[in-house]
Design a protein around this ligand. Structure first.
Ligand SMILES: Cc1ncc(COP(=O)(O)O)c(C=O)c1O
Length: 419
């Protein structure tokens, strides 16, 4: 296993740390690096070789090196006048400009009145919740919703009311108890690949006078007609107040966006902290995103291949005994559970040239760590076969039968078989 420095020794260049900080950092090295990871690091494995299959990137539709997108970025480099080169926060942006034109194009495409562009998915979620929630407002949030949404609740000073993952009955119980507030879900969950029961959640929100926020980071571009997202696919655009998305997934860029009413879009531009206190995007980035939007809209073939690849891998892995019951999308989580088991899985895969991403606490609950396979549209049948053959070979080495997720699946299976 790759070793990282155990408790690095201070050098002459280090500034002395007061006790409260030293103890905090020492705890990380002692409890995580030494005791759990045996001096290595769960996130740091082998370096992929030239033949490696990488299932790590969120570039689901293989947009990153698309010539049309690179061409648009190149053309915008140096091609804008000084007024467009916005080295300042978006709050200073007025009149006609590349950002407002892109926001309008995104709104039309997402079938919304308006959108607001932000620096990242993190910025858009924290800025939105900080602006629409506040002290005393209950924020009903799926337990597995993305960390940026939890952070938004915290920065609003609002109260998080978690509900059981993908369980509308539990959500409704909480809303009945605590009253109208903000309901917050991901459309596709980023570690398991599970899909939210959006129609049921919308209905609960409407029954109880709540506002609904859906994070479409993992469905914008990949789901719905022309990639417009899951809310469009389910015909719910008129019933969901806010759709947010990171544009660092299918859009392969660095930005975030929220779709909402024009009235609230204007309000967000002057109240969300990332819009006021952090610099906005540059014209070449916006030109790249607009070209990506056009390419994505015309990429039905890539979307079909993405979902066909994901279905093929999911079915194959399920037949091999991996529990992928929660995955309903292009995200496949192999949940080894304990961190040492996940390190063993990582090493078994990587030594055979298959690379996924490690997810562990705080991105997953403790002892539910996993390797995520992020499927993309460019994987060919040989690559898919190789992944399945590697996953077949390693089952004993990684002790698949003993994983908590395997035992959960077996228990459900036995219950069904035994009536
Ligand atoms: C569901 C979800 N929301 C938000 C984000 C944050 O996006 P970004 O990386 O653009 O900050 C992510 C990225 O991990 C995500 O998976």
């Amino acid at each position: 296993m790759t070793k990282v420095a155990r408790m690095p020794v201070p050098t002459r260049r280090s500034v002395g740390e007061p006790d409260f900080l030293r103890q905090q950092v020492d705890r990380y090295y002692r409890e995580r690096v030494e005791e759990t990871w045996d001096g290595g690091h769960i996130m740091v494995g082998r370096t992929p070789g030239p033949d490696a299959i990488r299932l790590v990137s969120n570039d689901y539709l293989c947009m990153a090196r698309h010539p049309e997108i690179i061409g648009a970025q190149r053309a915008a480099l140096g091609g804008h006048d000084d007024d467009d080169a916005m080295l300042m926060a978006a709050v200073f942006l007025h009149g006609d400009n590349p950002q407002s034109r892109f926001e309008q194009a995104m709104a039309d495409w997402m079938e919304a009145e308006a959108t607001v562009l932000s620096q990242s998915g993190w910025a858009v979620n924290t800025g939105l919740l900080q602006s629409i929630a506040g002290p005393g407002i209950p924020c009903y949030i799926d337990m597995f919703a993305h960390a940026s949404l939890w952070e938004g609740i915290r920065s609003a000073g609002a109260r998080a009311v978690p509900f059981r993952h993908n369980t509308p009955e539990h959500l409704e119980k909480m809303v009945r108890r605590d009253g109208p507030g903000v309901i917050i879900v991901d459309s596709v969950y980023s570690t398991s690949g599970n899909v939210a029961p959006l129609a049921d959640i919308v209905a609960i929100g409407e029954r109880h006078g709540c506002v609904l926020v859906v994070d479409e980071a993992h469905s914008l571009g990949t789901h719905g007609p022309e990639g417009r997202g899951l809310v469009v696919e389910r015909g719910l655009t008129q019933r969901v107040h806010f759709r947010t998305a990171s544009l660092a997934k299918a859009f392969a860029g660095r930005a975030g966006i929220v779709a909402c009413s024009a009235r609230i879009a204007e309000y967000l531009k002057y109240t969300a902290n990332p819009a006021i206190f952090s610099s906005g995007l540059l014209p070449p980035e916006i030109a790249g995103l607009e070209a990506t939007r056009r390419v994505i809209a015309a990429s039905d073939d890539r979307r079909r291949r993405l979902h066909a690849n994901a279905d093929h891998l999911r079915n194959g892995l399920t037949d091999l005994g991996y529990n992928l019951e929660l995955s309903k999308s292009q995200i496949l989580g192999l949940e080894a559970g304990h961190e040492r088991s996940t390190i063993r899985l990582r090493d078994a895969l990587e030594s055979r040239g298959v690379f996924g991403s490690v997810f562990c606490a705080p991105a997953t609950p403790k002892n539910r760590s996993l390797i995520r396979f992020t499927v993309n549209s460019g994987l060919n049948p040989e690559a898919l076969d190789r992944i399945l053959s590697v996953c077949a070979d390693i089952r004993d080495e990684v002790d698949l039968a003993s994983w908590p997720s395997t035992r959960r699946r077996s228990a459900v299976f036995a219950a069904v078989v035994n009536g």
